[in-house]
Write a protein that binds this ligand. Structure first.
Ligand code: FES
Length: 112
């Protein structure tokens, strides 16, 4: 497995972040939820690990958890830990803003 970086935008403004601080993109065949909390970008799986709620349709709470719109499970944006105690884990991805653009890291199964 290898972490591959993909450019997703020239600039954060191209990401069409909603007023809730969330949006969904598709890159390398994967749908990814992008979140902005405290002026920092985070990236996680687009679907909730519980029952496939669309995370970009949820919201972010005051301490930086993303909340699924379906059953309101909470996950820490920093590491995907389920902080509402139900034992699920939301996959997260590294995301970086550089002067060349916005990049997301996705683990892929092969080098090619
Ligand atoms: S689908 Fe997300 S909490 Fe149930």
């Amino acid at each position: 497995m290898v972490l591959k970086w993909h450019k997703i935008a020239e600039d954060i403004s191209e990401l069409n972040i909603s007023p809730t601080g969330l949006t969904e993109i598709e890159i390398a065949g994967k749908k990814i939820c992008i979140a902005v909390y405290n002026n920092t970008l985070h990236a996680c799986a687009a679907k909730c690990p519980h029952a496939s709620g669309v995370m970009a349709q949820g919201h972010i709470d005051a301490v930086g958890n993303i909340i699924c719109p379906l059953h309101r499970y909470k996950f820490a944006l920093q590491n995907g830990r389920n902080v509402s105690g139900e034992g699920y884990f939301l996959k997260t991805h590294p995301i970086e803003v550089k002067k060349e653009g916005v990049f997301i890291g996705i683990i892929q199964n092969s080098l090619f």
